[in-house]
Design a protein around this ligand. Structure first.
Ligand code: FAD
Length: 433
């Protein structure tokens, strides 16, 4: 649908819970489509209080993503990326991990090597894709909202949603209670974009809290960032691919690439990322899941990789940021808030394993659908309960397929006999749910 700048006849009060990439994009999309009463609440005290960063590839959801962004410096300046204007390149350029490359079929592909021999296994083309820093993209989205007078209410951890009863159905509104004891009343719609351990999801399944709980996948993932004094390490990594590459071995999948590249002429200023996924759980880990102990453990237990990948691990300087997380998921199941005006989007709706980089692509799809549903209700006069129920049902069906595909993908990736059956090998990174 994507109607723009059409004022809803009455602009409802929309509360977005969570200022991650999903919540912020939802605020862009709503504001762009004429909704003026939008408030974003986040439990964190500031956008920088969790410094952890990782890379995200924007690929099949790129057209929807660009279409949802508020107009600004990123639009209508000539040359096109997905037909969106040169400015969209400029917008994304502020968030790119490695901006020092010419985009081409090669640089827009993810290349996978055999983790024992170093042989090329396959390349997956993600046309017009861009790998961005999650933190940088979040900052650019925040700046775009601030320019429109929309700011985030930080330090607001949602704990409860209550329905206020008026004299008739149309008068019923919602109130939000936060952990600092404050209460906000007069809310018409709530979008839960509060991430994998979503409180909104828990509240939607009130009384059946177990139904909303994350499940352990049986896999863990480490994430490390490294700036190498020996610049040869990153030079050789970039020769394998200037954006990112994978290796697949008997018992692990690893990803490597460029996280930041501030000075194109000085690779000692560049930071690489590397991830390792393997079968385990946190209880089985003999060490702390963060810091030097985790890094030392990863170095000692990651051996036999072909070069330059082994050196990228071995030469990671002491003190580099490093953590190990259990990979969890939630298989979406039907829900309905009694008011029909509380719903979910992004990782709150379908937390999945990061295989084939699908999580944020589906979050963008959710936001597109949510903005369209709100427009139908508020500009098209369609029934609120029915339209939101349609949104919820589609979200659950698509989300469940994507979550279970990502889990299966992880299982297939750990066995050389089944790697060939992976979606990534057969169909690349395209939309599959
Ligand atoms: C290593 C890694 C690589 C990835 N690569 C890709 C990729 O290549 N492509 C892709 O599409 N996806 C990828 N993903 C997935 C992607 O990062 C996520 O889907 C996306 O960032 C989810 O954003 P979100 O806003 O839904 O959730 P989050 O980023 O978790 O944001 C949720 C926000 O809600 C706030 N919050 C939580 N609880 C409350 C509460 N009770 N009250 C108020 N606020 C609250 C939090 O503080 C947070 O700011 C990757 C993920 C990882 C970990």
């Amino acid at each position: 649908m994507g109607s723009q700048f059409q004022e809803p006849s009455t602009s409802p009060n929309v509360a977005i819970i969570g200022a991650g990439l999903t919540g912020l994009l939802a605020a862009h999309g709503l504001k762009k489509n004429g909704f003026s009463n939008i408030t974003i609440y986040d439990r964190d005290s500031s956008p920088t209080c969790r410094p952890r960063d990782w890379t995200i590839v924007l690929h099949w959801a790129m057209p929807a993503f660009l279409d949802l962004l508020l107009p600004g410096r990123h639009q209508n300046k000539g040359q096109t990326l997905n037909g969106q204007g040169r400015g969209s390149e400029e917008f994304l350029a502020q968030a790119l991990c490695n901006p020092n490359i010419e985009f081409s079929e090669y640089t827009e592909s993810l290349v996978c090597y055999n983790g024992q021999t170093g042989d090329h296994l396959f390349s997956s083309l993600m046309k017009d894709s861009r790998r961005v820093s999650r933190q940088k993209l979040r900052n650019v989205l925040l700046q775009g909202l601030e320019a429109e007078g929309i700011s985030v209410q930080w330090g607001k951890q949602l704990v409860e949603i209550c329905q206020e009863h008026g004299t008739n159905h149309a008068d019923e509104s919602l109130s939000l209670r936060f952990s600092d004891g404050s209460v906000t009343t007069g809310i018409d719609y709530v979008l839960g974009a509060d991430g994998p351990s979503s409180k909104v999801r828990e509240l939607l399944f009130q009384g059946k809290g177990e139904d909303a709980k994350l499940a352990s996948s049986g896999f863990v993932m480490s994430s490390c960032l490294a700036t190498y004094p020996d610049t040869e390490v990153i030079e050789k990594l970039v020769e394998k691919h200037p954006v990112a590459s994978l290796t697949m071995s008997l018992h692990s999948v690893m990803g490597y690439g460029v996280m930041y590249a501030p000075n194109p002429d000085d690779k000692s200023t560049w930071t690489a990322f590397w991830h390792k996924i393997w079968k385990s759980n946190l209880a089985a880990l003999p060490v702390s899941r963060t810091g030097q102990e985790a890094l030392d453990y990863l170095k000692s237990s990651t051996t036999g990789l072909p070069e330059p990948f082994q050196s990228a691990i071995d030469k990671t300087p002491a003190g580099s940021p490093c953590c190990i997380d259990e990979l969890k998921y939630w298989n979406p199941r039907p829900f309905q808030h009694p008011s029909g005006r509380v719903t979910l989007a992004g990782d709150a709706a379908h937390p999945m394993l990061p295989y084939r980089g699908q999580g944020y692509q589906h979050a963008v799809t959710d936001v597109r659908n949510f903005v369209d549903a709100m427009t139908k209700i508020c500009c098209g006069g369609e029934d609120s309960k029915h339209t939101m129920a349609e949104y919820d049902a589609e979200l659950v069906k698509r989300g469940s397929e994507a979550v279970m595909q990502a889990l299966k993908e992880a299982e297939l990736s750990m066995n050389p006999e089944t790697v060939g059956r992976m979606l990534m090998v057969r169909k690349g990174h395209g939309k599959s749910a």
